[in-house]
Every structure is written in C-alpha cells, then in structure tokens.
Design a protein around this ligand. Structure first.
Ligand code: FRU
Length: 489
C-alpha cells in the first residue's frame, strides 16, 4: 500500500488544535454539532457503542469549504452535548487518496467497524474523473481506527456493468437474518438514481445481491446516502436523491431527502416502494443517516445545510456546516413522524408561558433570544393568516405563517439577515382548528416541528446578534391557546 504524504490524521488534529482560536463565534450553534474547525457535511457512522453515541462526519479541517474528505468524530452521552475526539480517518491510502467519503458504523465482537467510500481522482477534471470503492476501518477502543490492509472490500470489479462505474458510494451496513447487508448509492448513467445491495457474513467478503430500487425518471438522477431500516413493523428506505424534480410544494431544494415505506426482500435485494414522503420540508437538510439506539429508538440526523447554497460563515469565520437536532422517527399509520429526541428537554431554562390570548395584529413577547425552544398552539378562528416572527430586530425577521385557506405553513427567510432568502411551504392540516408548533432556534438555525412531528422544516439564517425579538401576529381574529418558551443552554 503506497502512502500519500499530504494528509494524515495527526496533521489534521494538529492543524485543528493550532487554528481553533481563529473561529469567529457569531453564528456558532449552542446545542447542535459543528466541526471543531473548518468544514462539515454528511453525518457518518452514527452508532451507539459501549453506551455512548458516536457521530462521525464528512470533514475538511483545512478550509471552511469542501476538500479531500476526512472523518471528524464526536461522542455524546445524550445526543445533545458532544465532545470532539481525534479525526478518525484521513485520505492517506491508495484506495481513498481523494477522500474518505460517507459511510456507516456497526459494532461486532466488541469492535467498532466503519465502512466508507474510498474516492480516487483519476484525471485532470476532478468533478468527472474519479472512481469509488468501499473499505473498512476497525477500532478496538472507539477512538483510533485502523484501515483494513485488504481495502477495498467491495472493489471496482464488483460494480455491475449496467450501472455507473464512477458513482458508487455511501455504504450503510445493517444486520439482518444473521448476516450483514449494505446498501450503496449509484445511478444507471442515464438519469436515474439507484441503490445496490451486497451481503456478507464477516464484513470483509461481499457478494452482490441485486438492485434495491431505482428512480424511474421521477426521483432524481443520482442517489446518495441510502439507509434501510425497520420502523413500527414496516420497512423504510431513506435516501438523498440529487436533482429530483419538485412535486408541487415538495422537493423544492436542489437535492432532496426522501423516505419510502415498503417491503424488502433479502434474497433478491428488491424493495417494493409503496409510499414516499419528504423527510424535511425546509431549506437545509440533506444526507440524513439513522441509527437504532439501546432504548430501541430509531434516530435520524441530517446535515443542516444544502449543497451549492451560500454559507456566510465560509467567509472569514473559519467554519461551515452543522448537524440538525437528532430526531426520533416513529411510524404512525403510513406516515413517519419526527420528534426532537427527549433529551433536549433537559437543557430547558427560564420557562416563560402565556395562555388564552386573543390575537389581532402584532403582539411582541416580553422575552426573546437566539437560543431557545418555543411551543405554541394557535386556534385559527377567523384569521386569514397568523404566525410568528423570530429573530426580529433592525429590519430583520424570520417569518413562520399559516393560512387556513390554502393550508400552507410558510417559512420565509427573505429578511433573515445575510445569507440566502426564500420561502418553503408545507401542506399542514389544522387539528380541531388548531395549529401546534415546536420551534428550535439556535444562533443560525431554525427547526420547526408541526403537530406530532408530521412535518419538519429546517433552515439556516444569519441575522444580526441583536435581532432577538419574538412577535406573534394575526390578520383577523385568532386565539393563542398557549405559548411556552425556554432558553436552551
Ligand atoms: C452527500 C455526498 C456523498 C459523498 C459525500 C462527499 O452529501 O455527496 O454522496 O459521500 O457527500 O463528501
């Protein structure tokens, strides 16, 4: 195995240690994970191991921009407060010389196994000249990882000839019926994303099983970050389709996230797609990955950003990218509900509440902030439109509004500060004439959970530090049934 000298874990750790003082705190989040320094994208290797949650992430420490991928690593007891561990993987071997791309983790015989994509640049145009294969790294202590000497364990020659010979990435491993399966994202080279399935007894020797599913012209031209899991007695296929065409108000970002409920056949590798849904209806959520924890919860976490959008912290702040709140996925009928993990409630401080207030016009709350949780229930009554304005100040506001006539909840960030604007809308039915929202604001993020978690909308915003106001508003009469607010520290 030839070593490339440029990138090593030690060099990355040293660079982070020596550069950390440069970070600008302005938009750093309080209760969401970011890279310790530099760039972060996809969550990787999400797993509970020896009782602790491990989360790895696509990481380029040297710039607040995507570059040859490393795996950053953080550990947590409660999914909210994270502690950084040394960089787990650097692109330092032949099969991953261009980057250690996304992948997953599984524990076996007390050891922690990572399976990830080795990316190799093969020509002058790094955007089109590349190849990808899958490798393994193993740790005995959950901190230091050794790459397997026989990597790749799924090589270029194991890619079926009818699919892309280049895009072959993001292995998600799971155990089932006494063996291991892995799902890997790809495309057919003709505009359709697809996913391949392989099987193994030992995580080292893999046999191709079949094609899980494919886009069929509807769901994007390349599929990234597949995941397959059981939920409430059903099977769920979660994926990140690239360049998926919008469907009405849905799938309006450049790249989307989607779940499909259906049935998986381990013999053929086939997944029968029954019902699909968007995972998050906001602006900034991509490449989610799930894990099953020791409490039996299926927890989903996503990258709280979007490719090819302007990220203001890339200029002069020395960091970019963050993770969403970890969300528990629960099956309800044929819908998946997402709820922030209960642990977040342990961080509530300074409770404030109001109940039963008639609204018509604007009402400014006597409390505000930039890191908080807000739980609010409106009763629509005669109002044409009602909602909330967050991070209000000096010409800035982030608006969440609802109109009973079109049943759309709107998240508008046109006046949210620096950074991209725009509006996302999600069809939301009132329950007994009421709309319940649970909102998490953290410095440069907003996550809105509707009702029981039927809809989630996530977006990054970059308001001025003094924009801390919270306003309620209604055009026409409506009732604020209840409002509760906590600072989250
Ligand atoms: C998704 C993705 C993955 C890839 C990784 C590279 O955001 O494009 O497909 O493994 O990012 O950083």
């Amino acid at each position: 195995m030839t070593q490339t000298i440029e990138y090593t874990r030690e060099r990355a750790d040293r660079f982070i240690r020596e550069s950390k003082h440069l970070l600008r705190p302005d938009y750093r989040l309080n209760y969401h994970l970011m890279a310790e320094f530099g760039w972060m994208n996809d969550p990787n290797g999400f797993v509970q191991y020896n009782g602790e949650y491990h989360l790895f992430y696509q990481h380029y420490p040297y710039q607040p921009a995507w570059g040859p991928m490393h795996w950053g690593h953080a550990v947590s007891k409660d999914l909210i407060k994270w502690e950084y561990l040394p960089v787990a993987l650097a692109p330092d071997t032949e099969f991953d010389s261009g980057g250690c791309f996304s992948g997953s983790a599984v524990s076996k015989d007390g050891k922690l196994f990572l399976m990830y994509t080795g990316h190799v640049v093969t020509g002058p145009d790094k955007d089109s000249d590349y190849k990808q294969s899958q490798g393994i790294a193993v740790s005995e202590d959950g901190v230091t990882f050794k790459k397997h000497p026989l990597n790749p364990v799924i090589g270029y020659d194991q890619i079926p000839e009818w699919v892309s010979q280049k895009d072959f990435r993001d292995p998600k491993v799971f155990e089932r019926d006494g063996c291991y399966y892995v799902v890997i994202g790809s495309n057919d080279g003709a505009g359709n994303g697809l996913v391949l399935v392989y099987r193994s007894d030992d995580l080292m020797n893999w046999t191709f099983v079949g094609e899980l599913a494919r886009s069929e012209g509807r769901f994007g031209d390349n599929w990234e970050c597949p995941d397959l899991f059981e939920l409430g007695g059903k099977e769920v296929f979660m994926l990140s389709p690239q360049r998926m065409p919008a469907q009405g108000e849905q799938y309006r970002n450049l790249h989307s996230t989607m779940t499909v409920i259906g049935a998986f056949d381990g013999k053929t590798g086939r997944f029968d797609m029954e019902k699909h849904a968007q995972v998050d209806h906001g602006f900034d959520f991509y490449a989610p990955q799930s894990t099953l924890d020791e409490k039996g919860r299926r927890i989903v976490i996503g990258w709280m950003d979007m490719w090819e959008t302007d990220m203001p912290t890339q200029n002069g702040h020395y960091w970019a990218g963050a993770m969403s709140l970890p969300r528990e996925a629960v099956l309800h009928g044929d819908r998946i509900l997402y709820r922030p993990v209960a642990e977040i409630e342990n961080y509530r401080l300074n409770a404030y509440w109001e109940t039963d207030i008639q609204l018509n016009g604007v009402r400014e709350l006597p409390v505000g902030g930039d890191c908080y949780e807000l739980e609010v229930v409106f009763e629509a009554e005669q109002a044409e439109q009602f909602g909330l304005k967050l991070r209000v100040g000096d010409g800035e506001e982030t608006v969440l509004s609802y109109r009973p006539d079109d049943q759309l909840l709107r998240f508008n960030r046109d006046r949210s500060g620096i950074g991209p604007g725009g509006e996302r809308r999600a069809l939301t039915r009132l329950e007994d004439g009421k709309l319940g929202l649970r909102i998490f604001v953290d410095k440069s993020s907003v996550e809105v959970f509707v009702g029981d978690g039927e809809i989630v909308m996530t977006g990054r915003i970059y308001p001025g530090a003094a924009s801390k106001g919270i306003h309620l508003f209604a055009n026409g009469a409506c009732r604020l049934v209840s409002l509760r607010k906590w600072d989250i520290k």
